[in-house]
Design a protein around this ligand. Structure first.
Ligand SMILES: O=C(O)c1ccccc1N[C@@H]1O[C@H](COP(=O)(O)O)[C@@H](O)[C@H]1O
Length: 214
């Protein structure tokens, strides 16, 4: 099995960006969702995109955002892909992909096998499906909560699309998550933070090492 690709999500400062690049993350997530402690103002996102300057791909995270918001951020922050983390339908995903000319990732929240099966509706619409733990009812955020789902639901999974694993990953559990699921991509946010919205270089380094050793 080849090494899983790494996405560090919620990068919101130059120091966090430099740390993620130093530890060879493949993707850096820029969050555009006002309720998130990792939310980026457009001007800050533009500065981070310029600093990144193609050394890794910037993935913009949106939650049920409108076309103009996504297009403006994609251009300002030099996004290489967008991640839709709300209730976007396959039709909405396909339409955005056509409009933007960028790969579109769709997060699918999981608490049961039925959720995995239902993700098949995004085949042909999304460039990548990201399985994440379902947030509790009434939560402020649909992700970025450090919650894990039952990885055995993905054991032996044959996906009809490119896919990745998210939800409560950390330096301590990511090797086991890869072992159980065979995930080709892992996405982490709160598991590499010292406090909500504060990335920690030591934890980023440990996460990247654990993935490469898995
Ligand atoms: O990171 C956020 O603040 C966020 C906000 C809204 C939707 C998703 C968000 N993050 C994504 O959630 C998953 C899991 O995060 P965690 O590792 O459990 O903290 C991941 O895909 C983040 O990109």
């Amino acid at each position: 099995m080849s090494t899983a690709r790494i996405k560090i999500c919620g990068v919101n400062t130059p120091a966090a960006l430099d740390a993620a690049v130093r530890h060879r993350a493949d993707y850096l997530g820029f969050v555009f969702f006002a309720k998130s402690p990792r939310n980026l103002a457009l001007r800050d996102a533009a500065a981070l995109g310029a600093r990144l300057s193609g050394r890794a791909s910037a993935v913009g995270l949106f939650v049920d955002a409108d076309d103009a918001t996504i297009a403006e951020a994609a251009s300002a922050a030099r996004l290489g892909a967008i991640q839709l983390h709300g209730k976007e339908s396959p039709e909405r995903v396909a339409a955005l992909r056509g409009q933007l000319g960028l790969p579109v990732w769709k997060a699918v929240s999981v608490s049961s096998r039925a959720d995995i099966d239902a993700a098949a509706r995004y085949a042909g619409a999304a460039d990548l499906v990201l399985f994440d733990a379902k947030a509790p009812k009434g939560a402020d955020l649909p992700g970025g909560l450090g919650l894990v789902f039952d990885w055995t639901l993905l054991a032996g999974y044959r996906a009809p699309f490119a896919w990745g694993l998210a939800g409560g990953l950390s330096p301590d559990n990511v090797a086991e998550a890869i072992r159980v699921t065979g995930a080709p991509l892992v996405d982490v946010s709160s598991g590499v933070e010292s406090a909500p919205g504060v990335k920690d270089e030591g934890r980023i380094a440990a996460f990247a090492s654990a993935v490469r050793a898995a």
